[in-house]
Design a binder for this molecule. Sequence first.
Ligand code: GAL
Length: 666
Amino acid sequence: MAWDSGRLHFGGDYNPDQWPRAVWAEDRRLMREAGVSLASVGIFSWAHLEPEAGRYDFGWLDEVLDGLAETGVGVDLATATASPPAWLTTAHPEALPVDREGRRRWPGARQAYCPSSTAWRERGLALVEQLATRYADHPALAMWHVGNEYGCHTSRCYCDVCAARFRLWLAERYGDVQGVNHAWGTAFWSQRYSSIDEVLPPRITPDGAWANPTQQLDYRRFASDLLLDAFVAERDVLHRVSPGVPVTTNFMVMTRFNQLDYWAWAREMDVVSNDYYPDFADPLTHVEAALSADVVRGLADGDPWLLMETSPSAVNWQPRNPAKRPGQLRRDALQQVAHGADGFNVFQVRASVAGAEKFHSGLIPHAGTDTRLWREVVELGGLLGQLGEVAGSRVEASVAFVWDWQAWWGVELDSHPSVDVTYPDRARAFHRALWDLGVAVDVVAPGAPLDAYSLVVVPTLYLVDDDAAPVLDAYVRDGGHAVVTYFSGIVDADDHVRPGGYPGAFRETLGIVVEEFAPLLAGERVTLDDGGSADVWSEDLRLAGAEAVVSYVDGPVPGRAAVTRHDLGQGVAWYVATRTDVETTARLMARMVAEAGVVPVAAATPGVEVQRRRKGDTSWLFVLNHTDDAVSVPATGTDIVTGVPVSGSVTLPAGGVAVVREGGGA
Ligand code: GAL
């Protein structure tokens, strides 16, 4: 069931337990002033809610929730299990996680728990039961927020309890020890097991000797499933005791984090929500933000989702933490909405004065309300309220990216041909080229139906199971256009090479055979015969039905094809065998888009982002000017940011935004 918020939410994590009661009334007044509609409460409050085992203190939370209800602020109520209190880990030291070197990780920060720990799970579920029973009918309750950013700090624990659970997981996946031996290729290096009982997590191995790669991969799968199991246990309590209230947990879909298989997680959510933080050192972080949001929308199956956290201004955890520039907060917010979010929340409502995040911005800054940031916050809250008509609409895209966390984990395994082949790299490069062209992008899982798309991009899908590759092949034969980038289709789900020439799974679709990889050395570049250049990777590629579109002029395989194009059935399959530079990637993408008949959202203007959301007969064109100059973009309708009619084109100042309800003519 799609989440229907009926409005564009605005708000953030709210941590009143860090403050004396005297501040709470002011918080509520300011939240009202800023148009806050949703506050995430109690995410790290376990120690306050249960100061001793089994002794609960809900008085303060009652007061907070009552106050928020009176203020008209909905509550995304946390289950508070994200960080166990000191009494729990003191009584149960085994509840602390163990790293791959066998060291306990100590409390004193957060998320210090072993996901298999019975104590953590049982005490946590008891707390959830209490919270759900007490607040199920509270008028402020809008949503449940389970845990927090699962896998952020503790993604894998290597303790003996986890080892035992891993064995059960293996028995379930493979049936018996022969299945494990086959999948892991244990004939190699005398790794054969005679019983599943002998299997361990991939703990630290002798220097320079890699742990079995499939064991590593399976441990990541297991660890994602184990945390998901912990989420589901809490969710099920909430569904039982508090039926009808949507349950979420905040994902971390960014191109910098990859601990969980979010395709599997998304299936268990009532609302998909995400935390996205810009990388302030990356001048293209706003393009990455668009990709991140597209991935999240894919997880939500195209339905509206919630941006659960970002920073209102600076973060405190990057090496250097600049404040957002004037107008950036509004642009960041509307960008997420443009890509399908029906709410924009931040960490956190009031900036802390103590603790590890005291230099992280909040909606209410240390300097108070006579500040630019506060004025921008109030303006944004008003604007999101004003744009409420957009809620529930969907983004339209005719290009799909195939994205996969398991393939990403596979790429990251050690003992590979080049350390420079990394996962989101080509996804980011091709997405950027499409972003520059003003083309909207959906993100789908491997094996998902592709018929709705004119063009499908498959970046670095190193690992692909037996079911997904035929879907791409059939799509092309039926008239689709696809582009696959290097180091795709190399291995099956067990991380076994698909023999007969790379890229095994896609070889016939692409009409090529790669005889050998020819990775480039650090800093080495090859010249391409279209005037461009490339680095990182090349391949000794033989044409087997495809034509060469671009070839190498020099480097390890001069004369060999670097980019190929294969007419197959009614469609076309492209292959990009090297890490093309930005201009070459842009040229290629422009040609592929044109051949596939993909229509941009609006005529492209450099540095200007355009997205369209539609609901029934109504559509809204989002225009975001990421440049330092004024721009004009074709549009007709009414800009619902300013209320001004737009006829033919909308002009935006540097950094400006518009949301044009299309149609009519002015
Ligand atoms: C998130 C986390 C928040 C806060 C925030 C700071 O990862 O969920 O609790 O730490 O980062 O940017």
